[in-house]
Design a protein around this ligand. Structure first.
Ligand code: BTN
Length: 254
């Protein structure tokens, strides 16, 4: 913590050996008044959570499994922007510390050569349409070897060690994520989503590509064009029509 170049993010850290999910721990901290920037890190999660009710594989000592307590003074509908901002922070930290040229897939997956290396899960509690607190969960597969993955993840998941050929210092990576996060969070609060969207678009592997998006309201096919002001993904479906995607699963055609 002493060497950490932040004023809020990660200034209060709870480190756990084994936990079901750092999301739940962070939620309890938020509920009991922990300040913005409070962080929970676990060596291992036995019930790691992904988006859309999926599980997140979080084996002992092999990754960064952590959740950050945030207290943005914003209406709830800005939360997708914060998800994208978190993705930018993680992407920049991964590139800097591991030298792995990961890219972002909307909304928040970090991919290397089409395989997932990191995922982000933002969960928030509301009060009168405003955010009471938000928990930014960050999972980064750091030092897993190919044989560490269960069969169902082989071929779709990868790690920084697999991609860079060397073990990566998790502490340095955590520090870099927190530092990038704080810089971007300040930028976001001062200047809004515009500069974040530009950064996100530059790191994206989704834009300009044909995609199939599965949403609750059906399947949308087209070219992923850009972000709109809210952080939705605009998919061009032909003849000048753009469909904004607010939530869903994007499949990239390779
Ligand atoms: C996804 O890609 O579906 C999101 C994955 C988020 C995983 C992280 S690991 C730390 C935090 N605790 C959890 O249970 N999930 C998030």
């Amino acid at each position: 913590v002493k060497a950490l170049k932040t004023t809020a993010m990660g200034q209060k850290i709870k480190i756990l050996e084994t936990v079901s999910s750092t999301q739940e721990e962070a939620r309890m901290m938020a509920e009991t008044g922990s300040p913005e920037g409070s962080l929970v890190i676990a060596e291992e999660q036995t019930g790691g959570k992904g988006r859309m009710g999926r599980k997140w594989y979080s084996p002992k000592g092999k990754g960064v499994w952590m959740s950050l307590v945030l207290r943005p003074k914003q209406p709830m509908h800005y939360m997708p922007q914060l998800t994208l901002m978190t993705g930018v922070a993680v992407c920049r930290a991964v590139r800097k510390v591991a030298g792995v040229m990961a890219g972002l897939k909307w909304p928040n997956d970090l991919l290397v050569n089409g395989r997932k290396i990191s995922g982000i899960l933002l969960e928030s509690a509301a009060e009168d349409e405003y955010v009471r607190y938000c928990i930014a969960g960050i999972g980064i597969s750091v030092n897993l070897d190919a044989e560490d993955y269960p069969e169902e993840l082989a071929g779709i998941a990868t790690s920084l060690k697999i991609e860079s050929g060397e073990s990566i210092d998790r502490t340095a990576l955590i520090a870099a994520v927190l530092e990038e996060f704080e810089i971007l969070y300040q930028l976001y609060q001062q200047e809004g989503f515009g500069p974040i969207a530009t950064l996100w678009e530059a790191l994206s592997v989704t834009l300009g590509k044909p995609v199939t998006v599965n949403t609750a309201r059906g399947t949308v096919m087209g070219i992923a064009e850009k972000l709109d002001d809210s952080g939705a993904l605009l998919v061009a479906t032909g003849e000048g029509t753009h469909v904004p995607i607010f939530s869903g699963d994007v499949e990239l055609k390779r």
